[in-house]
Design a binder for this molecule. Structure first.
Ligand code: ADP
Ligand code: MG
Length: 388
């Protein structure tokens, strides 16, 4: 079994999630091969493997990665699953399964799959075409407001448009339309958003603690773990729902499960990511095993027990987002360095920032949530003042 730590892990995508996966792999001396263009975040971290130059959407580059890896995994779901199917059929070990990636990368088919497995999600209607008529028909069924979403290639709110009233129809279609397949989703009047990182191993479905996520402009801004003001019964239901949702997908690895907690305490799945996730960054500092080490353990069949995923200390994570200028996001890092109790600072090495781009994050852990809140609040205030 220890021999499995010699296995070479090939990763499609070299962004921050791949970088943090490589950081976890380095501690165990697990070699990681990254497929991405240039000196991407993940390639900066690991020099143990044979990185592949090219796009993670390029068929030949993916074949090359598979040839130099024992297990192939992803840090992004927007990949070419035809090629993954081909290399799987030729004997490559792809985790999670290519069918899982194919189902999940289309948010509408993802929801259909969940519903057919008895997992509740927001009511959704696919648009036959991106026209006013089709959007109006969906609005007649779902009511307004609704969320218009791109079925594919969506992240950090970039594929979403909040349609408040009929006046927004045209702008929404213009913003998302073109050749993209769209679907409309019933508006979720949520009390808060929760997320659970789930680990699917060969034999088990394990889960990290329930996290509260706070989004601003559809981008994750903060996470609080444990989720604040959530009763133990809701917490338990969130855990059960997240595990049930992930259990209906094939293959091994970590999955990020985003949920809405509605005003009436009902829980709905928002979406699932078949990979490590922003809402699980806190696990690096706060849990026995991080989401990244858990992902490696799952795909390499290293033993992993539920108790290793438990929370050692309350944690708050604050994303560092690109601001008005290329380097303005570094100002909050300067502030963090000056803190009496310094949070853990993670920078992703992405180079120049664009507004809203994820450039890094801060994590604070403390014996109590209120202590963690006291430490992080000045940094949140600083970011808010910068943005106002
Ligand atoms: P992304 O792929 O960009 O994360 P999501 O579908 O998760 O897209 O949407 C991003 C955020 O937008 C969610 O976390 C939530 O805050 C908000 N949102 C998404 N869908 C709905 C909905 N149906 N009702 C209300 N808010 C929503
Ligand atoms: Mg999301």
């Amino acid at each position: 079994m220890v021999n499995n730590m010699d296995k070479r892990v090939g990763v499609l995508g070299g962004g921050q999630l791949g970088a943090m996966l490589a950081e976890a792999a380095n501690l165990l001396r697990i070699p990681v091969n990254v497929l991405d263009v240039g000196h991407s975040s993940a390639k900066q971290i690991s020099n143990l493997g044979d990185h592949v130059e090219g796009s993670f959407k390029d068929a030949d580059a993916i074949r090359k990665l598979a040839a130099s890896s024992d297990v192939v995994t992803v840090e992004i779901e927007h990949v070419d699953t035809q090629i993954l199917e081909e290399i799987s059929n030729a004997g490559a070990d792809v985790q999670p399964h290519w069918r899982t990636l194919r189902t999940i990368q289309d948010k509408y088919t993802q929801k259909e799959h969940l519903i057919s497995n008895g997992v509740a999600t927001a009511q959704s209607i696919p648009l036959k075409s991106a026209t006013l008529k089709d959007l109006a028909e969906a609005a007649d069924v779902l009511g307004l407001p609704l969320m218009l979403k791109s079925r594919k290639e969506a992240y950090d709110g970039r594929g979403n448009y909040a349609v408040k009233s009929k006046v927004d129809f045209e702008a929404a279609l213009e913003a998302l339309g073109g050749n993209r397949a769209l679907y409309a989703e019933k508006w979720a009047e949520f009390r808060m958003e929760l997320a659970v990182m789930v680990v699917k191993t060969r034999d088990d479905v394990l889960s990290f603690p329930t996290t509260e996520t706070v989004h601003e402009n559809s981008i994750c801004k903060l996470t609080y773990t444990p989720a604040r003001g959530v009763s133990s019964s809701i917490d338990q239901r969130a855990q059960d729902l997240a595990r049930k949702a992930v259990a209906c997908f094939e293959g091994k690895g970590v999955f990020g499960v985003e949920m809405f907690l509605l005003q009436n305490d009902e829980l709905l799945i928002n979406e699932i990511a078949p990979r490590p996730h922003n809402s699980g960054h806190y696990t690096i500092e706060a849990c026995g095993v991080s989401q990244y080490e858990a992902h490696l353990s799952a795909i390499l069949d290293l033993p992993l027990k539920q108790k290793s995923l438990r929370l050692n200390q309350p944690a708050i994570m604050l994303n560092i987002l690109g601001g008005e200028t290329e380097n303005s996001h570094l100002k909050v890092v300067e502030e963090a360095l000056k803190s009496d109790v310094r949070p853990k600072i993670h920078l992703y090495g992405k180079g120049k920032a664009r507004k809203g781009r994820k450039m890094g994050h801060l994590t604070i852990t403390a014996p109590t949530m209120s202590e963690a809140e006291e430490i992080i609040q000045p940094l949140i205030d600083f970011v808010d003042a910068q943005n106002s």
